[in-house]
Design a protein around this ligand. Structure first.
Ligand code: ADP
Ligand code: MG
Ligand code: MG
Length: 898
């Protein structure tokens, strides 16, 4: 087994396809070397060795790779004409981490390794540059100290121990920049740094280059399991057994003086996607100086430099003198760099993000990778690459990261304003977008100020109207499928849920975070895409949907086989979804319709009625309202199918819980307050999620089903009279037994026949059921005999299969994920192993009884990429998701079919 792969001097053992083994960085270094790009020679220790290290430990692993590493170092020595650890002609190397995917800043790298008190003198003599040699030495101790010896800040508000020493000296010497240090200063720093290491670790700084090398290799392996990396991995669902590779490479020096430098560049604009080469560099600098912001970096191109000057309020003279572009300052190097960026982009057929270093007038490329980009840039770059014929249609579709499309559909913060903002806490990014407003704590006060953020411990259906008015919603409890999250996504409204660090005091109307108190009326801002909660007001802007976005969507539809419907409860939702390309409605929840002011009363009268007669009377009042709701939705979806779910939530959610409202209701209904209270108490359930809800309502109060059926069928007939076509699909929720469905189905069909008789006209309609109780999935063949369609309600199905209450799961799910008990939140990403089996069984058994059974999904999973792919593989006819996720589902549907 090969554990070490070499590269350099236009040859390489590996190539860019070997990312899993060599890591992204190593694979691309090999590839670049092989196609003739100048990369400093070196070698990559494979990710498998990292895994071996994790199981076998340090000593065994060093034994395994010692010989290969020593030979490979010798190989670098030959190529560079210098010797590792040599006093006269020393070779210095870098030891760089690199996992198979890029994890920016999450793992560790050490530069200038091989340095000690003798080597520094040799390097100074050899290069005739004492300043440079000592600068490299102090950099080495600093990096090695931090990465390998654990010289990190001791607490959160401490500064880096080496930075502290440097700041102290700068202050004493009255200088500002690292480049202002004299040789003597640098020598002093090296001495002080070593002292600091001794004091803190109790050991001398290692002087033997080979000890240094093994220490660094092990530290890079360890950084794979560092806190930062683990957090990042968990966030993206990258498994622990991937490991990181280690890249060892000859140093090239950007800190040799004014004819040297280092920089980062992009082949296209990562923010907008424009095809403009751009980037930043620093003269006389090394490694991450550009990113770390030790000095103001300069622009690569002249145009970029001029644009930057406008933003930075630097005048033209100042710009040309102090911040000239690379194009102006080193025209030859610029032309060469420009050539490489062009070659690399064409070679990788994607936008590249590159690192380079100029050593005394010679250009070296140190890294290239497919660049990270915003959602907007992603769409533009992809469609441009397609037009430039660099990629074909299928490749273009596969280049799109579905979730990133979300960013394009919601208001966004101005990037500059966001940079300056102060993040006070983080919650779950429940619904993306940017929202800024004044804090209110009660839904009915959402219109108290012009822009508000509704801050709640949790929300309930009663809060719907207020949620709709508020610019954003923030809750302390609840997960990604909490009420707040689901409703907000449906509205396309920014929402952060489950922000556990928030202490909300309704009584005093305060929000406390980390000891800091915020009051009603204070400004806060929410970044629903990251979950960041930000103090104060951050400027936002409306997104603009580009022409390229439309082109991309058309392309997706060309390849997609599975249809995409939407979940929509109002004509407005339906219209929005249709404008995003929804091909029907997969779920209309009827209960939200009852929460509007004039309706909730009739609804409550219905619930409080003690007799069938009383209930029917109240339902009479609701009928015309509900009918007109459906007319609106059918109209918006003219020509397409609309699935309507019969009343689902427990009645308890509709009754008033506040004394004032209870009194009001008692007066309206001419009953005593006590009677109202009794009824409220009577409806209370220990476990409402498993209680009197779904078709259990329709089966105990058939008059509700009757009224809703009437509203649906009459609305459809009314539209037919107006020349519109609608295809209602009436859906019975929470079915678990055949009889449960059959009773409802017969009632629906009988009611419809009655209406057809009355109206002397008919329409086509379907009667089907949700599959959301595990039992229903298991007896799907029996249910399918009676049902025209199935729609998997995977929210409830997940809840009942796992036995996790989705409204309480936020108490333990984050811990489960942290501990690795669960890989991901099953309410967010469908659990293929368990819940997925039920979906497959349900579909197969259903279709065994009725081959042409229409099958879809209407849970939150219907808009989540991996779940959508799963639905395609299961053979579903459609997925249904909230309006703003329709484009994502369309794209995934195409990707799945490719
Ligand atoms: P990261 O993955 O965090 O970017 P890198 O391994 O790419 O870490 O290295 C950090 C910095 O050091 C980069 O700016 C890189 O270009 C620079 N660097 C790495 N190796 C060398 C080298 N052999 N010579 C000069 N600079 C190097
Ligand atoms: Mg870094
Ligand atoms: Mg890098």
């Amino acid at each position: 087994k090969t554990r070490v792969y070499r590269f350099g001097n236009k040859t390489a053992d590996g190539n860019s396809k070997m990312k899993n083994l060599l890591g992204g960085k190593g694979a691309n270094l090999a590839e670049m070397s092989a196609i003739g790009i100048p990369v400093p020679p070196g070698f990559t220790i494979t990710t498998e060795v990292c895994t071996e290290y994790n199981s076998l430990g340090e000593e065994t692993v060093i034994e395994l790779i010692k010989e290969e590493v020593e030979q490979s170092i010798a190989n670098i020595e030959t190529q560079m004409g210098a010797t590792f650890g040599d006093k006269d002609n020393p070779l210095l190397i870098s030891v760089r981490s690199g996992a198979r995917v890029s994890m920016p800043g999450m793992m560790d790298t050490v530069l200038n390794l091989g340095m000690n008190d003798e080597v520094v003198l040799g390097l100074a003599k050899r290069t005739n540059n004492e300043q440079f040699a000592w600068d490299s030495y102090r950099r080495f101790i600093q990096m090695y100290g931090g990465v390998v010896l654990g010289m990190k800040p001791e607490s959160k508000d401490d500064i880096d121990p080496f930075e502290e020493i440097m700041e102290h000296l700068k202050h004493k010497r009255g200088i500002e920049l690292d480049t202002d240090f004299t040789i003597q200063d640098l020598q002093d720093l090296v001495y002080d740094f070593k002292e600091a290491v001794k004091r803190r670790t109790g050991h001398d700084f290692p002087t033997d280059p080979w000890d240094q090398l093994w220490g660094a290799i092990i530290a890079v392996f360890n950084s794979w399991n560092g806190d930062r990396a683990v957090y990042y991995r968990n966030m993206h669902g990258y498994p622990a057994d991937w490991g990181t590779a280690v890249n060892i490479q000859a140093m090239v020096y950007g800190n040799m003086g004014d004819n040297s430098g280092t920089g980062v560049c992009f082949t296209r604009d990562a923010g907008t996607g424009e095809n403009i080469f751009n980037g930043e560099y620093l003269i006389n600098a090394q490694g991450e100086d550009v990113v770390a912001g030790v000095r103001t970096p300069q622009q690569i191109t002249k145009i970029g430099s001029q644009r930057w000057a406008e933003l930075a309020t630097v005048d033209e003279v100042d710009r040309a003198e102090n911040y000239p572009s690379l194009e102006e300052l080193m025209p030859k190097i610029f032309i060469e760099l420009n050539e490489y960026q062009d070659i690399l982009e064409k070679h990788y057929r994607d936008m590249q993000d590159m690192e380079f270093t100029i050593q005394d007038g010679k250009l070296w490329i140190l890294q290239t990778r497919n660049g990270k980009r915003t959602g907007a840039a992603m769409v533009k770059i992809t469609m441009d690459l397609l037009k430039e014929e660099m990629i074909n249609e299928k490749e273009a579709l596969l280049l799109i990261e579905p979730n990133k499309l979300d960013e394009l559909l919601h208001p966004v913060f101005e990037p500059g304003a966001l940079k300056r903002s102060n993040v006070i806490a983080q919650g779950l990014p429940a619904s993306p977008g940017a929202a800024t407003g004044k804090i209110v704590f009660f839904a009915d006060e959402a219109n108290k100020y012009k822009s508000t953020i509704l801050v709640r411990i949790e929300t309930s259906p009663e809060d719907l109207e207020g949620m709709n008015i508020a610019k954003g919603i923030l809750t302390a409890r609840g997960g990604m499928t909490s009420h707040a999250a689901v409703v907000a996504r449906g509205m396309g409204k920014c929402c952060i849920s489950g922000a556990g660090a928030l202490k909300i005091d309704y009584k005093n109307r305060t929000l406390t975070v980390d000891g800091h108190e915020y009051h009603e009326g204070d400004w806060i801002s929410l970044n629903g895409s990251t979950g960041n909660i930000i103090e104060g007001k951050v400027a936002t802007m409306e997104p603009e949907l580009s022409g390229e976005f439309g082109e991309l969507m058309n392309l997706a539809d060309k390849y997609a086989e599975m249809k995409v419907r939407t979940n929509a409860d109002t004509p407005r939702d339906a219209e929005v979804a249709r404008s995003f390309g929804a091909q029907g409605i997969g779920l209309t929840r009827t209960e939200h319709m009852f929460f509007e002011v004039d309706r909730i009363k009739a609804m409550r009268e219905m619930i409080l009625a003690d007799t069938v007669k009383g209930r029917k009377q109240a339902l009479e009042e609701l009928l015309p309202m509900q009918r007109s709701d459906f007319e609106g939705i059918f109209e918006a979806m003219d020509g397409l199918s609309v699935t309507i779910r019969l009343l689902d939530p427990p009645l308890h959610e509709f009754v008033p819980h506040q004394l004032a409202t209870q009194k009001e209701l008692a007066e309206d209904m001419h009953i005593t307050l006590q009677a109202v209270k009794n009824k409220v108490a009577e409806l209370e359930e220990f476990n409402p999620m498993l209680g009197h809800r779904g078709c259990r309502l329709g089966n105990t109060y058939p008059e509700i089903t009757e009224m809703q059926t009437r509203a649906i069928i009459e609305a459809a007939l009314n539209l037919k009279e107006r020349g519109k076509i609608c295809r209602p699909e009436i859906m019975v929720p929470l079915v678990g037994t055949v009889k449960e469905f059959e009773m409802q189905e017969q009632l629906i069909r009988a009611t419809a026949e009655n209406i057809f008789e009355e109206r002397q006209d008919r329409i086509d309609y379907l009667v089907g059921t949700m599959i959301e109780v595990p039992r229903a999935a298991l007896i799907a063949d029996l249910i399918a005999e009676k049902a025209d369609f199935f729609s998997f309600g995977t929210n409830d199905l997940t809840q009942m299969t796992f036995g996790y209450s989705r409204d309480d799961a936020s108490k333990f799910l984050p811990i489960y994920i942290e501990k690795g008990i669960l890989k991901v939140d099953p309410f967010e990403v469908i659990d293929e192993e368990g819940v997925g089996q039920l979906v497959k069984i349900g579909t197969e058994r259903g279709r065994s009884a009725k081959p042409n059974l229409k099958v879809g999904i209407c849970g939150e999973h219907g808009g989540e990429p991996t779940s959508v792919e799963f639905c395609y593989n299961t053979g579903m006819d459609y997925v249904s998701c909230s309006p703003y996720r329709v484009p994502i589902a369309r794209l995934v549907s195409a990707q799945a079919a490719i």
